[in-house]
Design a protein around this ligand. Structure first.
Ligand SMILES: Nc1ncnc2c1ncn2[C@@H]1O[C@H](COP(=O)(O)OP(=O)(O)OP(=O)(O)O)[C@@H](O)[C@H]1O
Length: 297
C-alpha cells in the first residue's frame, strides 16, 4: 500500500489547466521530492490531495482511506505545510500545539515540542513576530506533532539557514525511518539529492518521470577518461555511436561522455584506447532535471 497514490489528477486555476492528468505515488517511509519549475503546479497538487483545490478531478488515495474519501478525512491523516509555513499570526507555538491537540486524534505533544526545540522555535512568542525561518519551523513542528502518517511539505527549507536546513533534514530522515511518508517540493536540488529517496518530475501538468534516486544515479552517469593521445576522429565517431552515449565532449586528451543505462559497451570502447585514467560518477540531479524539464532548478 502506498501512503499516497494520485492518478489522473486534473486541476485548473481559472481557465488555465495546471494539472493535466498527473500520476504520483509516495510509499510509506519515503521522502519523495516533487520537482518542477515555478508555476508547474506543485502547490496545486499538494492542495488538491488535501481537498483544498476546488474542482480538482482524479483519483486520490491516502493511506488506507478509500479513494475519494474527502478532504476532512484526509486532513486527519495527512498534514500540509504550505510555502511560507502558514500559521496563526497572533498565537504562540504553545497555543498552536494546544490547538493541534484538539484537532488531531493522533496529536503527539512530545514530538511537536522536540521538533520545535530542534529547530529553535521560541514557544511563547506570537507567530507573527517570529522570523521567516522560525515560522517555518513552527509549521513543521505542528505537522510533525499532528501524528499524520503523510506529510506534504511545500518548500520546507525556505527561509531556513544552513544549520536549520541540516537539522530539518535530520528530522525528516528520522521521521521517514519510522515509516512516515513525506512529499516535499524544493528548488534546491543538491539538498534534495541528500534528503529524498525518490523524485517526481512535473512538467506541463503531468509527472513525466517518477524514479528512485539511487536508480536514477545508476542510470545517468558521466564517464571521464584521460587518454595517452588525442583520439582519431574515427574512434570518436565510433564512441559516439555506442548505445547509451548521449553526449561526448573532447578537451585535448580528456574525454567526457554522458551515458544513460548500461555502461559496459562504452567502457569497453574506452578501454581499447588504453586510457591513463577513467572515472565514472553519477550525473548530478540538477543536470537530469535540466534535461527533463529544461532550464535550471
Ligand atoms: N490563486 C491563484 N489564482 C490564479 N492562478 C493561480 C493561483 N495559484 C496558482 N496559480 C497559477 O497556477 C499555476 C501553478 O501554480 P503553483 O503554485 O501550483 O505552482 P508551483 O509549482 O507550486 O510553483 P512555485 O515553484 O513557484 O511555488 C501557476 O501558473 C500559477 O500562476
Amino acid at each position: 500500500m502506498n501512503a499516497l497514490r494520485v492518478r489522473d489528477l486534473h486541476a485548473r486555476h481559472g481557465r488555465r489547466e495546471v494539472l493535466r492528468g498527473a500520476d504520483l505515488q509516495v510509499p510509506p517511509g519515503s521522502i519523495t521530492a516533487l520537482l518542477g519549475q515555478n508555476g508547474s503546479g506543485k502547490s496545486t497538487l499538494m492542495r488538491a490531495v488535501l481537498g483544498l483545490h476546488p474542482g480538482a478531478r482524479g483519483v486520490i488515495e491516502v493511506l488506507d482511506l478509500p479513494p475519494g474519501a474527502g478532504g476532512l478525512l484526509v486532513r486527519q491523516r495527512a498534514a500540509l505545510v504550505p510555502t511560507g509555513g502558514t500559521v496563526m499570526p497572533g498565537e504562540t507555538a504553545r497555543t498552536h500545539f494546544a490547538f493541534g491537540e484538539r484537532v488531531y486524534g493522533t496529536w503527539n505533544r512530545a514530538m511537536a515540542l522536540a521538533t520545535a526545540g530542534a529547530l529553535h522555535v521560541p514557544l511563547d512568542q506570537p507567530a507573527g513576530k517570529l522570523s521567516t525561518g522560525q515560522r517555518m519551523g513552527l509549521a513543521v513542528a505542528y505537522a510533525f506533532g499532528s501524528g499524520c502518517q503523510l506529510l506534504l511539505l511545500d518548500e520546507p527549507t525556505n527561509g531556513l539557514d544552513p544549520e536549520h536546513r541540516e537539522r530539518l533534514a535530520g528530522l525528516l530522515a528520522a521521521h521517514a525511518a519510522e515509516g512516515y511518508a513525506v512529499l516535499l517540493s524544493s528548488h534546491v536540488l543538491p539538498e534534495v539529492e541528500g534528503l529524498a529517496d525518490r523524485a517526481a518530475f512535473l512538467k506541463e501538468g503531468r509527472v513525466v518521470l517518477e524514479a528512485d534516486l539511487d536508480e536514477l544515479r545508476a542510470q545517468h552517469a558521466v564517464v571521464q577518461a584521460i587518454l595517452p593521445d588525442v583520439l582519431p576522429a574515427g574512434t570518436l565517431r565510433h564512441l559516439e555511436s555506442v548505445a547509451g552515449v548521449e553526449r561526448l565532449d573532447v578537451q585535448g586528451r580528456t574525454l567526457t561522455l554522458q551515458v544513460r543505462g548500461a555502461r559496459e559497451a562504452v567502457l569497453a570502447a574506452i578501454a581499447a584506447a588504453r586510457p591513463v585514467d577513467v572515472q565514472v560518477r553519477p550525473r548530478p540531479l540538477a543536470e537530469v532535471y535540466a534535461d527533463l524539464l529544461g532550464g535550471a532548478a
